[in-house]
Design a protein around this ligand. Structure first.
Ligand code: NAG
Ligand code: NAG
Ligand code: NAG
Ligand code: NAG
Ligand code: NAG
Length: 523
């Protein structure tokens, strides 16, 4: 009997969900970003930003040649959004401020009162609804006048960002207790500086060798300056927390060879360490410093393409985060791209990183955004890696979500994905003792998905982009998530369709048959 029981236990545990309750203070929410949902691109004095500019001047860069001019029209429909949040039962709403709505020229000499009022109304209504805001200052929409001055490769951007952050803390800080300075510099400091058939991203430069690192260096200093301003001028009265949102796919070695283990370290350090190391440990990761220096030399540069921080800057940036905001979607299998293949080819961040990625064909792949694979255990490994490398920080999962083509309101794959990843969060909390404090699912509703336009949908609520009303309709996943939030556990009464639950139908049937046999045996 014992071997059979062990076998049964193995079968079930391989795919079973963690059925512990979410900790009492664990916060559930959903996330959005200004350019992706607001619309009102030139409403009431708003200035032009880089995504307005890019989509208007280079419409062919967007899959359906669309833009965020109207998007979900949340500039006019935020009350409907809040109704959806209340009905869903979330305690946190993560959204971002549009810099050009508040400071149309990017500079703080002129503040657009209509833009300020929009966010004050949103924040007041959230407060009355008992929903806590987690506010991102910058989710990729730099004011165009500042882009014209060089954007993030211009080190003087540190001061413009600091002025903007000061205005935001001053105007909104009474309502906001969780701030994030930047969303995923990994994305805009890289994709914005690669412009080829695979990458279309504002501002659309082709400057990957140096631009990407100059951007990263500016972002780290701008983040640190905003953090210090909050610390010195606002923390006493406002009592909030400041962080930065970082993202990386889990990098699983494709084989257990020493080379592929090295690829894992390269992938995680170039992907996550590039920002987290300066903030949590001090300076760029040593592996990056060595690698970019070596390669720059081979390429004929007189010094490294990676900008050097002074001792003073290293100290200034270190320790500037009160909690760790982690975006995580998927896992890559990584292999080392051998040194010999790399020497003498063009300079770039991608070649510096020196890895190639692939997928396990058994991983379910998302529609349209096919980079997104369903690998729940990758999140648990990711959370543990962050915990171990950055001093056991408080971790907030600020994005995690699944794409489809939006053709159906019934979205069992999104439910299966979210259930698996939330179970992985519980594993990290209960099995590994990691301090994960919240989760904001990407996204509340379908929205403008950057170069995918409106072809890729991440929402738990569908939006009819063909209707002037941008009519919102909740999907199955919305009702499932509402049930989970109420239950505060992945308890089985949230009625997930069987073909999409964590266990396969066959496993369930098998388990029932075995249970009946065992019951008869013991009777
Ligand atoms: C609403 O505002 C009050 C007063 O500032 C504050 O005490 C309370 O925590 C806020 N509620 C939420 C959910 O943010
Ligand atoms: C950099 O080059 C030196 C000398 O060739 C070598 O010993 C070292 O391993 C290299 N480091 C990296 C990270 O590539
Ligand atoms: C290097 O750059 C040149 C010019 O842009 C391009 O034609 C070539 O394909 C690149 N080589 C590699 C290996 O990326
Ligand atoms: C792919 O996934 C299957 C099933 O989990 C596993 O048996 C296999 O080892 C994986 N392959 C790789 C290369 O990770
Ligand atoms: C849009 O909303 C208005 C007001 O609720 C309604 O009268 C109108 O019929 C709607 N139009 C469409 C196309 O759904």
């Amino acid at each position: 009997m014992l071997p059979l029981l062990l076998f049964l236990n193995f079968l079930l545990s391989a795919s079973a969900l963690n059925d512990n309750a979410f900790p009492e203070n664990f916060k559930f929410g959903v996330a959005t970003a200004a350019y992706q949902i607001e619309g009102g691109w030139d409403a009431d004095g708003k200035g032009e930003n880089t995504w307005d500019h890019y989509t208007h001047y280079f419409p062919d860069s967007i899959a359906d040649k669309s833009n965020g001019d109207v998007a979900c029209d949340s500039y006019h429909k935020y009350k409907e959004d809040i109704e959806l949040l209340k009905e869903l039962g979330v305690s946190v709403y993560r959204f971002s401020l549009s810099w050009s709505r508040i400071l149309p020229q990017g500079t703080a000499n002129y503040v657009n009162q209509a833009g300020v009022d929009y966010y004050l109304n949103l924040l007041k209504l959230l407060n009355e609804s008992g929903i806590e805001p987690l506010v991102t200052l910058y989710h990729w929409d730099i004011p165009q006048p500042l882009q014209d001055l060089g954007g993030w490769s211009n080190p003087l951007m540190v001061n413009y960002f600091a002025d903007y952050a000061t205005v935001a803390f001053e105007l909104f800080g009474d309502y906001v207790k969780m701030w994030a300075t930047f969303n995923e510099p990994q994305s805009f400091c890289l994709m914005g500086y690669i412009n080829n058939e695979y990458s279309h991203f504002a501002p659309g430069y082709d400057l990957e060798a140096e631009g990407s690192y100059l951007c990263s260096a500016t972002i780290l200093k701008a983040h640190a300056k905003a953090y210090h301003i909050y610390d010195e001028q606002f923390r006493d009265k406002q009592n909030g927390k400041v962080s930065i949102v970082l993202v990386v796919n889990w990098n699983e070695p494709a084989t257990d060879s020493a080379d592929d283990m090295k690829a894992q370290e390269l992938g995680l350090q170039f992907g996550m360490g590039i920002y987290a190391n300066p903030i949590y440990v001090g300076n760029w990761p040593q592996l990056m410093i060595d690698r970019v220096a070596n390669r720059s030399k081979l390429e004929g540069y007189s010094k490294s393409r990676l900008p050097e921080f002074t001792e003073e800057e290293i100290k200034y940036i270190k320790g500037t985060s009160d909690f760790f905001c982690l975006n995580h979607y998927t896992t890559d299998l990584v292999s080392y791209a051998y040194e010999d293949d790399m020497i003498g080819v063009n300079s770039s961040y991608t070649l510096d990183k020196g890895i190639t990625t692939s997928y396990n064909s058994s991983w379910k792949e998302a529609q349209v955004s096919t980079w997104n694979h369903m690998v729940p255990w990758g999140l648990r490994k990711m959370i543990n890696w962050v915990d171990q490398n950055y001093g056991h920080p408080e971790i907030f999962i600020t994005e995690n979500g699944w794409a489809d083509d939006g053709s159906s309101l019934d979205d069992p794959d999104r439910i299966e994905y979210t259930e698996g990843y939330l179970s992985s969060v519980l594993d990290a909390i209960y099995e590994d003792n990691v301090n994960v404090v919240g989760y904001t699912h990407w996204s509340l509703m379908d929205n403008f998905e950057w170069s995918f336009g409106y072809t890729s949908k991440f929402g738990m609520v569908s939006v009819d982009f063909k209707s002037e009303n941008r009519t919102r309709t909740p999907k199955s996943s919305y009702y499932w998530y509402k049930c989970i939030i109420e239950a505060r556990s992945l308890a089985d009464d949230c009625a997930v369709p069987s073909e999409s639950s964590g266990r396969s139908l066959a496993t369930n049937v098998f388990a029932v048959i075995i249970s009946v046999i065992l019951a008869i045996y013991y009777l």
